[in-house]
Write a new protein. Structure first.
Length: 307
């Protein structure tokens, strides 16, 4: 009996400790005449808060001016805080505290904002970030290519991506592969994209939006793809003789580019550029076509009489 009592006592102490630190943030709304509203996402140590018992509190000094729990919005597949902040004096510095119910921990947020009466900040697509530490505010495309296709030319500037790929690649069926600023996301028509998974047409310029990790920055990028000839194609040949086939040596500066050798419209062999070259040997007399990087060149192998 005594043992059970001790176990019960320990349980009650632990239970009390678990809930002892839950914030009792409250606001007397009748004391204030102005409001400022937010649709916000909460984040602590790089992890989004997603529990309905998590809280955000807005403060001026040590006085609570607003408090909100989280609400799950299925259409956005995210949790949001609908926060109302109150004040009598526009311009006051607003600070935030976050309560993580899973850790029973309150975190003070470094970020501050000044009160503006009747101002509303944030929506379900581009919410206001309340995070400690602050999330990344960059929204940049760092690289942009296409799956299994060699990019010949690339120019990425603010709001623009201009790419050149070899002629013969179908512009109507290209799969983007890209790298963005840390934590950023890419959207097309407000639909979230995933690198290397979805093919689409680039026969005309395509506009994307890049949203920063903290959702404070949204940048439009227009991607324009131009079919182009590759670098110069250089070929050397060695004539065939009765006891040895001919040889064609192809020099091309793009590694792993596919080189196709055809004769009378029929494929003879395919190789990849390795160390700047590809070598086709044991070729019979005839006219061959070498195709690589959108370039083509005809080479005629003659039968050279043996000495």
């Amino acid at each position: 009996m005594k043992k059970r009592a001790i176990i019960l006592l320990l349980f009650l102490v632990s239970f009390g400790r678990l809930f002892a630190q839950i914030p009792s943030w409250k606001v007397n709304e009748s004391d204030y005449q102005y409001t400022m509203t937010f649709v916000a996402k909460l984040n602590v140590d790089g992890v989004p808060l997603t529990n309905s018992n998590d809280l955000v509190g807005a403060f001026v000094g040590s006085t609570c001016r607003g408090v909100s729990k989280l609400t799950y919005v299925a259409s956005a597949n995210s949790y949001f805080a609908y926060l109302i902040v109150l004040s009598n004096s526009p311009g006051e510095a607003i600070t935030f505290n976050l309560y993580d119910s899973s850790k029973n921990k309150v975190t003070k947020v470094s970020k501050t904002i000044h009160f503006v009466a009747t101002q509303h900040i944030g929506d379900l697509f581009q919410s206001y970030s309340i995070a400690e530490p602050a999330l990344n505010n960059k929204a940049e495309i760092l690289s942009f290519d296409f799956l299994n296709i060699k990019t010949l030319t690339s120019l990425i500037s603010s709001g623009s991506v201009k790419l050149g790929i070899s002629q013969g690649n179908p512009l109507t069926d290209l799969t983007p592969v890209y790298v963005l600023s840390n934590g950023a996301r890419l959207y097309k028509n407000r639909t979230l994209q995933s690198s290397g998974t979805t093919s689409m047409s680039f026969s005309t310029p395509v506009t994307f939006e890049v949203l920063s990790e903290d959702e404070s920055t949204l940048v439009k990028y227009t991607v324009e793809v131009t079919p182009t000839l590759g670098p110069p194609l250089v070929c050397y040949k060695k004539e065939a003789v009765c006891y040895e086939g001919g040889v064609i040596k192809v020099l091309y500066p793009i590694e792993k580019e596919e080189v196709v050798l055809t004769r009378d419209g029929v494929s003879v062999s395919t190789q990849s550029i390795t160390n700047g070259q590809a070598l086709f040997s044991d070729l019979k007399e005839g006219t061959y076509t070498i195709s690589v990087g959108g370039n083509s060149k005809e080479i005629k192998i003659n039968l050279k009489p043996s000495l």
